[in-house]
Design a protein around this ligand. Structure first.
Ligand code: COA
Length: 167
């Protein structure tokens, strides 16, 4: 008798303030590897986000619907507290994180090792397309604030939301 196959669920956490094409690239790659991917928005007590958790969740959902309409095994959720507790609750086999450049490595390795120490959770690093190496949400917010074009960096729904925020 064949062994029962366990569903491989991964979580992709971040602040997503707002989601960018770089994040979307990582989501698409993760969806190609795992049976289920949960994009999970951290409330984040360290940063002071421009968009509320509710707005960030909506923007992530709209982005996935707009850009990856045929991929049905991606969902969006939010969490507050420790990532390992959320991962445990979801029975996730891995945490996905994007690695854009060497500069990401120090912070990411510290977080991955701490999460492994706390709950033996594995972190999988994925490299987004090199055209997104220099991209982050702070830069996008700053460009939008000063009225610069962000069409190559974020999906349409995020462009609209940024325009509205800075109107
Ligand atoms: N494309 C574009 N930008 C990307 C990117 C990609 N592929 N990957 C990361 N970024 C950017 C983000 O936009 C963000 O930019 P910003 O700093 O300008 O906002 C930056 O890189 C950091 O990435 P992000 O994925 O949002 O991580 P974060 O550091 O904001 O969040 C958490 C990290 C939420 C996962 C982490 O803080 C956490 O787990 N918090 C919960 C509390 C906890 O468990 N703490 C203990 C950890 S050991």
């Amino acid at each position: 008798m064949a062994a029962k196959r366990v569903l491989k669920r991964a979580i992709y956490p971040g602040t997503f303030d707002p989601i960018t094409n770089g994040h979307l690239d990582v989501i698409g790659r993760a969806a190609g590897i795992f049976d289920e991917v949960i994009v999970v928005i951290a409330k984040n007590s360290v940063k002071t986000p421009l968009f509320s958790v509710k707005e960030r969740v909506t923007l992530c959902r709209e982005t996935i619907q707009e850009m990856l309409p045929d991929v049905k095994h991606i969902s969006v959720d939010s969490f507050d507290g420790l990532l390992v507790d959320y991962a445990h609750k979801q029975k996730a086999v891995a945490v996905v994180r994007g690695l854009r450049a060497m500069s990401d490595f120090e912070y990411e390795s510290q977080m991955a090792l701490m999460n492994r120490k706390l709950e033996n959770i594995t972190t999988v690093f994925l490299m987004p397309n090199e055209k997104y190496t220099y991209l982050n949400s702070t830069i996008v917010r700053e460009l939008a604030k000063y009225g610069r074009d962000v069409t190559s960096f974020v999906p349409k729904c995020v462009q609209k939301a940024l325009k509205k925020k800075f109107a």
